[in-house]
Design a protein around this ligand. Structure first.
Ligand SMILES: Cc1ncc(COP(=O)(O)O)c(C=O)c1O
Length: 474
C-alpha cells in the first residue's frame, strides 16, 4: 500500500516531491528502483521501495482521499486543494507503476511493444475500433490524424463552436484552416444544417466532437460528408463508450481521437490515441508521431518506408508509465461509466421535476448524454441571476459552478491573426456565426461535479438543493 512521505531532493525547481512507499518487493527490486531514480532515499526494509512522485509543481501534497476530477475548476470547487492532481487514479495506479519500475520495464518504448502494444490492443477490444495508436496527448493524436489525411494546404476543416480548441487547432499546424460552425441548442453537438451551410470549394474535412459524451448527429453528418466527398474525424475525448443508434462513437470516421488526460474516463495522466479503419491513415499517423522504432517495422506502404528513420520529424510517443496507468483504469472503465450513467440518470429524473431547471438533454437514439461534465440549465428562473442561484446551491453543499470552457469563437487563437510570425502565412481560421445555437445552449448553463464514487443519497441531496434554490428564486 503506498503512503506519502517527506519532500525529497531532485524535483523541479519550486516544487516539493513526494516519496511513496511500495511494499511487497524483494530487495533487488527495491534497489533497482533506487538505482534508477538518482537521489532516491535508501529503502528501509528489504521488501520496500521508495518511489518518487514529484510532478505536482505546486508544493502541495497529493491528498490521500481518492477524489476524481472532471475539470480543473470543478476540482477546485469540490476539493479546494488547488492544482495538485492527487486523484483516485494516482492512488490506484501507484502499485502498478512501482511494479513496472521494479521489474525494470523500459522507460521509452519505440517499437510499440510491451505496455504500449498491450494498451493499444486492449483499446481496440474495449471501444470496438481498429488500429489504435497511442500518442503523448489527445492533441498530438489529432495533429497526427490531420497530417495523416494528407490534405492540400489551405483546405478547410469544419468543426463545432462548442467543444475544446484542440479538436481542431492542430489542423492549423498542418497548413489547414479551421472553420467553426454552430451547434444544436439541445445537445451542443454540431448542427448538420450549419455544417451544410459552411461548406465551400475548399472544404475537405469535418470534425465532430461528441460533446460532453453526447454523440453528434452522425446519420446526417456522415451523409453530408459522403455527398461532398469530405473526410470525417471524430473527437471522442469526452465520449468513452458512447454509442449512436447502437454504433460506438469512433467507428464512423476516417479517424477518431481520444484524450487520456487525467480528467478523462480512461486517464494516462497525459496521453491520447487515435483509431482508424484505414491502413493508409494508420501508416501516415504512425510516420507523423512515431519515427524510427515501430515506423521501420509497421509502416506498410512501400512508398513511405524510406521515411521511417525520421518520420515527419516529430515525436509524440506515449510514455510507458502513462500506458501502465491507463492499463490500471481500463479494467474498470465499463463499470465506472455505467455507475456514472446511473447517478446522472437519477439526478436528471429529479431535476426534471424542478420548475425553471432543465437537465442536460439526451436524444432517444444515443446511449448517453453529457455525462463527462454534468451541465443542467436554469435559464428560466424568474427572480435571480445565475450567479445568485449558484450561490444558493453552493451554500447547500452542491459543488456547482459556471462551466469552465465556453464557445471557441471568443478565443483569440481562432478569432484573431496568427500569434507568431512563423505560422502567419497559413493561419486562416473562419467563424461561421452568429452562433445562436451555442448561445442558446450556454444560456443559464451550470456545471455540477458528480464523481463516479458519489452515493445515490448524495445525488438526492443535490436534487433537493436545486428544488429549494429554485423555489427561493421563484
Ligand atoms: C474534446 C477534447 N478534445 C481534445 C482534447 C485535447 O486532449 P489532450 O489534453 O490530451 O491533449 C481535449 C482535452 O481536454 C478535449 O476535451
Amino acid at each position: 500500500m503506498p503512503s506519502a512521505g517527506p519532500p525529497r531532493r531532485g524535483c523541479p525547481a519550486g516544487s516539493t516531491g513526494q516519496v511513496m512507499t511500495v511494499s511487497g518487493l524483494d530487495r533487488p527490486a527495491a534497489e533497482r528502483i533506487t538505482e534508477r531514480v538518482p537521489g532516491s532515499p535508501q529503502p528501509a526494509h528489504a521488501t520496500t521501495a521508495l518511489v518518487i512522485f514529484c510532478a505536482c509543481g505546486t508544493g502541495e501534497r497529493p491528498p490521500q482521499a481518492p477524489e476524481r476530477r472532471h475539470g480543473m475548476s470543478e476540482a477546485r470547487g469540490r476539493t479546494g486543494t488547488g492544482q495538485c492532481p492527487g486523484s483516485r487514479v494516482a492512488v490506484e495506479a501507484a502499485g502498478a507503476v512501482g511494479e513496472y519500475l521494479a521489474r525494470g520495464g523500459p522507460l521509452s518504448v519505440a517499437d510499440g511493444s510491451g505496455v504500449i502494444g498491450e494498451l493499444e490492443e486492449l483499446l481496440c477490444g474495449l471501444l470496438g475500433v481498429e488500429n489504435a495508436l497511442t500518442f503523448s496527448s489527445g492533441t498530438a493524436a489529432l495533429h497526427c490524424g490531420y497530417l495523416a489525411l494528407d490534405l492540400e494546404p489551405g483546405s478547410e476543416v469544419i468543426a463545432p463552436v462548442l467543444g475544446f480548441h484542440a479538436a481542431v487547432t492542430p489542423a492549423l499546424h498542418c497548413g489547414l484552416s479551421p472553420v467553426l460552425v454552430d451547434v444544436d441548442p439541445a445537445s451542443g453537438t454540431m448542427s448538420p444544417a450549419a455544417l451544410r451551410a459552411a461548406i465551400t470549394s475548399r472544404t475537405r474535412c469535418v470534425t465532430v466532437v461528441h460533446y460532453l459524451g453526447h454523440p453528434a448527429e452522425m446519420n446526417e453528418i456522415t451523409a453530408i460528408c459522403r455527398e461532398h466527398g469530405l473526410a470525417l474525424a471524430e473527437d471522442c475525448s469526452h465520449a468513452y463508450l458512447s454509442s449512436y443508434r447502437g454504433k460506438p462513437v469512433g467507428t464512423f470516421g476516417d479517424f477518431a481521437a481520444w484524450s487520456m488526460h487525467e480528467t478523462k474516463a480512461l486517464p494516462a495522466g497525459e496521453g491520447g490515441f487515435l483509431a482508424t479503419p484505414h491502413q493508409h491513415v494508420r501508416d501516415r499517423a504512425l510516420l507523423a508521431g512515431h519515427y524510427r522504432g515501430r515506423a521501420h517495422t509497421q509502416v506498410t506502404d512501400p512508398g513511405l518506408r524510406e521515411f521511417a528513420e525520421t518520420g515527419l520529424g516529430l515525436k509524440y510517443r506515449l510514455h510507458p508509465l502513462g500506458a501502465v496507468i491507463a492499463l490500471t483504469q481500463a479494467g474498470t472503465l465499463c463499470a465506472r461509466v455505467r455507475r456514472r450513467q446511473e447517478l446522472l440518470a437519477r439526478l436528471s429524473a429529479a431535476l426534471d421535476t424542478v420548475p425553471g431547471v432543465a437537465p442536460p438533454a439526451v436524444a432517444g437514439h444515443v446511449s448517453m448524454g453529457g455525462w463527462f461534465s454534468y451541465r443542467p440549465a436554469a435559464p428560466r428562473l424568474a427572480g435571480v441571476s445565475l450567479a445568485r442561484f449558484l450561490e444558493s446551491l453552493r451554500a447547500a453543499g452542491v459543488p456547482a459552478h459556471e462551466p469552465s470552457v465556453g464557445p471557441l469563437d471568443a478565443l483569440p487563437l481562432l478569432a484573431g491573426p496568427a500569434p507568431l510570425r512563423a505560422a502567419a502565412a497559413t493561419w486562416r481560421p473562419r467563424l461561421c456565426g452568429p452562433f445562436d445555437g451555442a448561445r442558446a445552449y450556454q444560456r443559464g448553463r451550470l456545471s455540477v461535479t458528480v464523481l463516479d464514487g458519489d452515493s445515490p443519497a448524495r445525488i438526492d441531496g443535490y436534487a433537493a438543493a436545486f428544488a429549494a434554490a429554485a423555489a427561493e428564486a421563484a
